[in-house]
Design a protein around this ligand. Structure first.
Ligand code: HEM
Length: 283
């Protein structure tokens, strides 16, 4: 069924929520509670065109297939926009830190090819001078980091600041912080820095404790399956003591869920701009 954008705009309530992406109209009402990216984001999209937000979330093939069951029509007069030459979501964050004299290691997540080469080159040029910054507010290599332990929750490329922090902790003999990391990805292939993390865990016994969570795990996956839940965070992260530090970095859906679970678990409400004194830091 062909429909006008005006008609879609009328379906903008949680109990009657439609949205469009790429000229197709979907009724998401029945899916709000089950949406892994959270209900709020779908409610916000209700009645509107959400092509960009949908694409930016990096939905999997499974998610796109699932959508077909919510399809209610097509948007009248829809013309696909010419793709603009804008940077993709692929990121190229550094994994080196200050102790790597003369070496800058960047980890690119995204499709290999010309764009990847250009990004890596541009990033290397940009970071050529000056000391490497760790994540803002992070208790890197201070020697006194957080006696109560550091808990980290990362998703996708959100691992890179955590990796910098863990490396700094491991490189500093005075830093006795116990780090527990929960690292979430879609599939096993998406896990970044796996070898490096495992090697740090082996070389520095007891620090860090790395737990991988996969949305689509292979059979016999020994770590977590599904999403990063409150129960998992209670089980694996340090308890909310005054000197416990929690760090979060990942996609918006994961951050949102993790923030609210942390507050339920008794941690301080995190603020947007991380400061050294915060109990919960978001990078
Ligand atoms: C009926 C339509 C939709 C379906 C079936 C759907 C399905 C899913 C699924 C299965 C995931 C888990 C990750 C994956 O497997 O890709 C997900 C995550 C997510 N979705 Fe959707 N989604 C829909 C619409 C939307 C829309 C319209 C938006 C934005 C306005 C959105 C934003 C997100 C975000 C931000 C995440 C979290 C990404 C992450 O944490 O990695 N979704 N969605």
């Amino acid at each position: 069924m062909d429909m006008e954008a005006k008609e879609v705009a009328g379906h903008n309530e949680p109990d009657n929520a439609w949205f469009t992406t790429h000229g197709k109209v979907y009724n998401e009402t029945e899916y709000l509670r089950d949406h892994p990216g959270g209900a709020d984001i779908l409610i916000e999209a209700a009645g509107t065109g959400a092509t960009e937000a949908f694409d930016n979330a990096g939905h999997s093939k499974d998610a796109r297939e699932m959508m077909e069951s919510f399809l209610v029509g097509t948007l009248k007069g829809y013309r696909p926009k010419k793709p603009r030459n804008r940077p993709s979501r692929a990121r190229t964050p550094p994994v080196s830190n200050d102790s790597d004299r003369g070496v800058l290691e960047l980890r690119h997540q995204g499709v290999p090819g010309r764009e990847a080469d250009e990004r890596i080159h541009g990033e290397a040029q940009r970071r050529r001078r000056g000391p490497l910054q760790g994540p803002p507010g992070a208790p890197c290599g201070t020697g006194t980091a957080s006696a109560g332990g550091s808990g980290m929750v990362a998703g996708g490329t959100g691992i890179t600041p955590m990796f910098q922090v863990i490396r700094a902790m491991c490189d500093d003999d005075r830093d006795l912080t116990r780090a527990s990391l929960i690292y979430a990805n879609r599939t096993e292939q998406d896990i970044l820095l796996r070898e490096e993390l495992n090697s740090l865990a082996r070389r520095y016994p007891g620090n860090p404790d790395v737990y991988y969570v996969l949305h689509h795990p292979p059979e016999d996956w020994p770590h977590g399956k599904g999403r990063v839940t409150e129960d998992l965070m209670r089980e694996r992260l340090p308890a909310p003591e005054p000197d416990t530090r929690i760090m979060l970095c990942g996609p918006p859906g994961m951050l949102k869920a993790a923030r609210s679970s942390l507050v339920d678990l008794g941690f301080e409400q995190p603020v947007a701009a991380a400061r050294m004194t915060d109990q919960v830091l978001i990078f």
